[in-house]
Design a protein around this ligand. Structure first.
Ligand SMILES: CC(C)(COP(=O)(O)OP(=O)(O)OC[C@H]1O[C@@H](n2cnc3c(N)ncnc32)[C@H](O)[C@@H]1OP(=O)(O)O)[C@@H](O)C(=O)NCCC(=O)NCCS
Length: 201
């Protein structure tokens, strides 16, 4: 469904610490890691390795090795998230969460939460004050992860008022539809304004 759903975290203050399960560690991108990223993302998204090329998806002006994070489990890279940047004319001081994925066989441990949280810490270290992301209606584990991290719906189209209510219904969280009513009944975001925010956690 288009346009993609957007989510917003109004502040990067007060982020909880990253806590990794035993056997897991974080690292950032190093030279030659392009195929590693492509494998982790392709398998996470149910694609064949190489179907989401690093060069097209990641090698942008805002690419820095330190912004591309991997989570390793028992010595193997199994998840990733990236702390990219929103163009200043879209919203000042805002980080952009890019390409989160955890490979099948390694889900169910909240590794997506932890690697995303590490990306948010990275944004804050760079001086960003808030964060946005884009996702799809059917990505319920991702949306639940982002809600758990304090992201809230950010309307970019009239059709998203109803789509978000359906997402909350699919997550069996009707109370979140009620609590986010000020957002879902509020204005559609117009850049570079700061979107409205109510805490849902
Ligand atoms: C998103 C992703 C990284 C999360 O992986 P993960 O950290 O292992 O996620 P978990 O399995 O630990 O679940 C995270 C949360 O989603 C919930 N969840 C999992 N599957 C769910 C489902 N089918 N429906 C609803 N909620 C679900 C879990 O209960 C958990 O929430 P909780 O902690 O409040 O109980 C992983 O699912 C993935 O790579 N998905 C495919 C790629 C993708 O969609 N990326 C995001 C693009 S925006």
């Amino acid at each position: 469904m288009t346009p993609q759903l957007h989510m917003f975290r109004a502040s990067l203050d007060g982020l909880p610490p990253v806590v990794l399960p035993a056997g897991c560690e974080l690292r950032c991108f190093q030279a030659g890691d392009e195929p590693v990223w492509e494998r982790v993302i392709a398998l996470s998204f149910g694609k064949n390795p190489g179907e989401i090329p690093f060069e097209q998806s990641m090698r942008r002006d805002c690419f820095l090795p330190e912004r591309v994070l991997f989570i390793r489990r028992d010595g193997a890279d199994v998840g990733t998230a990236s702390a990219y940047v929103t163009p200043a004319d879209r919203m000042p001081d805002c980080g952009y969460l890019h390409y989160v994925g955890v490979m099948p066989g390694h889900t169910g441990l909240h590794l997506g939460y932890q690697v995303t949280l590490a990306a948010l810490h990275r944004m804050r270290q760079e001086g960003r004050r808030r964060a946005i992301l884009q996702t799809d209606d059917f990505r319920l584990p991702a949306i639940k992860t982002y809600l758990n991290l304090g992201f809230v719906p950010m309307l970019v189209d009239e059709n998203q008022r109803q789509r978000w209510r359906e997402v909350f219904a699919n997550l069996h969280l009707p109370e979140l539809a009620e609590r986010s009513a000020p957002l879902l009944d509020g204005p559609v975001w117009q850049p570079p304004a700061i979107p409205p925010f109510v805490s849902l956690i």
